[in-house]
Design a protein around this ligand. Structure first.
Ligand code: SF4
Ligand code: SF4
Ligand code: SF4
Length: 170
C-alpha cells in the first residue's frame, strides 16, 4: 500500500506524461490563508514582525509570504496536507490548532477547459484525490463533490489542461 505522499508523487509523474493537450495556465486569483486562523485581521498586525515561520515550516512549500508580510497559499504546484506544522510554528497565535479548518475556498473544475468534458479520457485529477471527491459520469464529465472535498488543492497541479481552480467559497 502506497503512503499518501508516495501516491501523490506517483500520480504527479503519470499526469505530466498525459499533458499533450495543454492550455494556457490561469493565475490563481483567490487569496488562500493557512487553515488555522481565527481572526483574519491578525495577519495584518501580528505577521508584520515575524520572519515567516509558518512558511519555512511547510514541507509542501505552499506558504508564500507576500509583500504585505502575510502568508498566502500557492496550490499551483502542491497542496495542503493539514499537517499542523504551520500552526505549531506560529509563535504569536495567528495560527492555532484550535482553529483548524479546511482551506477557505471551493475547488472546482472548469468544464470549458477540462479535456474529459471534451470527450478525452483523463483521470489525472481523480487518482491523487484521497477523498475520492471527483466524480465521473460514465468515465467522463468530472465534477467535484463539495461535500467530500477538503479543498486540499492536490488535484489542481495534476490537471494537464489547468481546468481546476479555486474560487471564493459560496
Ligand atoms: S508564523 Fe504566524 S505570525 Fe508568522 S507569518 Fe506565519 S501566521 Fe504570521
Ligand atoms: S497544514 Fe501543513 S501543508 Fe498545509 S499549509 Fe500548513 S504546513 Fe503547509
Ligand atoms: S481539492 Fe478536493 S477534489 Fe481536489 S484533491 Fe483535494 S479533496 Fe480531492
Amino acid at each position: 500500500m502506497l503512503a499518501n505522499k508516495e501516491r501523490r508523487e506517483l500520480f504527479s509523474f503519470l499526469s505530466t506524461s498525459i499533458g499533450d493537450v495543454v492550455k494556457e495556465k490561469k493565475p490563481q486569483e483567490v487569496i488562500i490563508r493557512p487553515p488555522y486562523f481565527g481572526d483574519i485581521n491578525a495577519f495584518g498586525i501580528e505577521c508584520q514582525n515575524c520572519e515567516g515561520l509558518c512558511a519555512t515550516s511547510c514541507q509542501e512549500q505552499i506558504i508564500i509570504i507576500g509583500d504585505d508580510k502575510t502568508p498566502k497559499l500557492d496550490v499551483s504546484k502542491s497542496g495542503c496536507t493539514y499537517c499542523d506544522d504551520c500552526a505549531t510554528a506560529c509563535e504569536v497565535n495567528v495560527l492555532t490548532l484550535e482553529n483548524k479548518k479546511h482551506l477557505d475556498v471551493d475547488v472546482v473544475i472548469d468544464q470549458n477547459s477540462c479535456m474529459s468534458w471534451e470527450g478525452v479520457m483523463c483521470f489525472s485529477c481523480k487518482d491523487p484525490c484521497l477523498e475520492d471527491a471527483i466524480e465521473f459520469k460514465a468515465m467522463f464529465m468530472p465534477t467535484i463533490n463539495q461535500e467530500k472535498c477538503t479543498s486540499c488543492g492536490f488535484c489542481i497541479s495534476r490537471c494537464p489542461s489547468y481546468a481546476i481552480n479555486t474560487q471564493e467559497r459560496k
